[in-house]
Unconditional design. Structure first.
Length: 246
């Protein structure tokens, strides 16, 4: 019997080829190892890609938190300066009004007193005819006299208060022998100006501290609850100078 009858026959493009079971041993294992190698490489590739994307998102969140926190602090500082300017303008306007108030009250009191006296004299003359229309005019003059009397009483009370009130201590900028500003309203304006200058000086360092703190929280501890508030591990800032002006 021929030995070629016990060998399996395989068909290839080159014609009949004969091989033994010994030559085919381990072929599936090699394919399996290659497939596992590719699968493990694919798994690590997907994991690495996801890790890189997560890190990129964390860095983007940190950059956004840093920019928003710093800009937010700068905006609040500028709001403080704006409100200080509004309060200063109101105080200056109050200085003008209070300075002119004693004279204006005195002039209004003199005018109201003159009107009251003139209307009272007109009623005493009895020159208005005693007719229906004359009675209406007479009643109108009496009503005007009563209104003038009420205004004179009110202006007299205000005038007495203004004469006893030390207006100079509130609205005067400079008094001989005293340190300027002398008036309390001007001192309030100077205090508001100093507050605005201190706010401007501290805006940059505080904005930087806030930005670094929130950036650190978003980068190193993005999921901790403690980072919902201001990060306590922000670097300290240098003390600010308290000297105002040149």
């Amino acid at each position: 019997m021929s030995t070629t009858q016990h060998m399996p026959r395989m068909i290839s493009c080159n014609g009949p080829v004969y091989c033994s079971r010994y030559h085919r041993r381990g072929a599936i294992m090699v394919c399996t190892l290659l497939a596992l190698t590719l699968l493990v490489g694919l798994i690590f590739y997907v994991y690495n890609t996801g890790s890189v994307m997560n890190r990129r998102l964390d860095l983007q969140n940190a950059a956004d938190a840093t920019a928003i926190s710093g800009a937010n602090w700068m905006a609040r500082s500028m709001n403080v300066v704006a409100m200080d300017n509004v309060a200063t303008s109101r105080l200056m306007a109050a200085v003008v009004v209070l300075d002119s108030l004693p004279l204006s009250v005195e002039m209004a009191l003199t005018e109201a007193t003159s009107w009251q006296q003139g209307l009272s004299d007109q009623l005493l003359l009895r020159s208005i005819p005693q007719t229906k229309d004359g009675k209406l005019v007479n009643d109108g003059l009496k009503a005007l006299v009563e209104r003038m009397a009420a205004q004179v009483d009110l202006l007299t009370s205000v005038d007495m208060v203004l004469k006893t009130f030390p207006m100079e201590s509130a609205t005067t900028w400079q008094v001989a022998g005293e340190v300027s500003p002398y008036g309390t309203l001007w001192q309030a304006c100077i205090s508001l100006d100093e507050l605005s200058q201190m706010t401007v000086q501290s805006a940059g360092p505080l904005a930087q501290q806030s930005a670094v703190g929130w950036g650190d929280c978003a980068t190193l501890r993005p999921r901790r609850r403690s980072c919902r508030r201001f990060c306590p591990r922000s670097p300290p800032i240098a003390p600010l100078s308290t000297t105002i002006g040149p």
